[in-house]
Design a protein around this ligand. Structure first.
Ligand code: SF4
Length: 289
């Protein structure tokens, strides 16, 4: 099979930094070390960190997760946590270490600043994802999470000052549509598009590459927002089939029948060796015409 290796793909600076922080903390700490949720949303990377002695506490509710940790160090993940979670960790006598991506930190600071200045903040993000949960904690009651057009239609904001911003790992195009919808309802809304450069570049490259291949494989875990969005944008804008696989064993040979050229990309938290295995497997694959 002919394989187009889409670039850029794979690790972003925020993921690399989070690994570096976790590794340093584990090396320099004698007592127990925990991560409050998956450090980055990849199952293999998480298994690897656990094998290195960093325990995973994976509760959707970060406060419930904290209450399970009896002592030692707690690492906040690349997706960030709310100020209230940080404070609770200190109250419990834990040693907090922050591995939040600098791009996410910037969104926290932006939202806190806007709320202080009296804005209602419309925040486009995925419900249930830890990043929106952390950002919303910066200004409880002033940040309004919207995921779909229906959520925007249901808004009832009374302040004159309104801003719209977003999660870092969303679809570039869907987010533009949703921002447009917010502007249509609240023309005075200030726009702060916070999609990170890594997400944007990977999506643009995948959509462009889709023009030159029969289908696209995205290597990433099902909990990875940016990996899921890569699949979506290839299907919607690239108009090609796209599939998410966590590892090469997940490839389904029926996808490739009648196909000649496949594009391969990966999410920002996908270890390089997993993508390499997928590429090697596909390059060796012979598909009957
Ligand atoms: Fe940071 Fe973007 Fe990477 Fe998320 S995808 S860790 S926001 S650089």
């Amino acid at each position: 099979m002919e394989v187009l290796k889409i670039t850029p793909r794979g690790y972003c600076h925020g993921v690399v930094d989070a690994f570096r922080i976790a590794k340093r903390v584990r090396e320099e700490t004698d007592g127990p070390v925990h991560m409050l949720g998956m450090l980055v949303h990849n199952t293999h990377a998480t298994d690897d960190l656990q094998a290195q002695g960093i325990a995973l506490v994976d509760q959707p509710d970060r406060f419930a997760g904290l209450s399970q940790i009896k002592e030692g160090t707690v690492i906040f993940t690349a997706h960030g946590v709310s100020p209230q979670v940080k404070q609770r960790a200190v109250e419990l006598g834990l040693k907090p270490v922050d591995a939040t991506c600098s791009d996410v930190v910037r969104t926290h600071e932006l939202v806190a600043d806007l709320a202080n200045k009296g804005y209602d903040v419309v925040y486009i993000g995925r419900k249930g994802h830890p990043e929106p949960e952390g950002v919303m904690g910066e200004a409880p009651g002033k940040v309004h999470l919207v995921q779909d057009p229906e959520d925007i239609d249901a808004l009832d904001l009374q302040r004159d000052r309104i801003a719209v911003t977003c999660q870092t790992t969303l679809s570039v195009w869907d987010t533009e549509d949703l921002i447009g919808r917010v502007k249509a309802r609240y023309p005075q809304a200030e726009v702060h598009n916070e999609i990170c450069r890594a997400t944007q570049e990977r999506q643009e490259a995948a959509v462009e590459a889709a023009q030159h291949v029969d289908l696209v494989i995205v290597v990433g875990s099902p909990r990875s927002s940016n990996s899921l969005r890569l699949v979506e944008v290839v299907k919607k804008l690239g108009r090609k089939p796209a599939y998410l696989v966590d590892k090469f064993e997940d490839l389904d040979l029926s996808w490739f029948v009648g196909m000649k050229r496949v594009g391969v990309t990966s999410g920002a938290s996908t270890p390089t060796q997993l993508t390499r295995r997928v590429i090697e497997y596909l390059e060796a694959l012979e598909i009957p015409a």
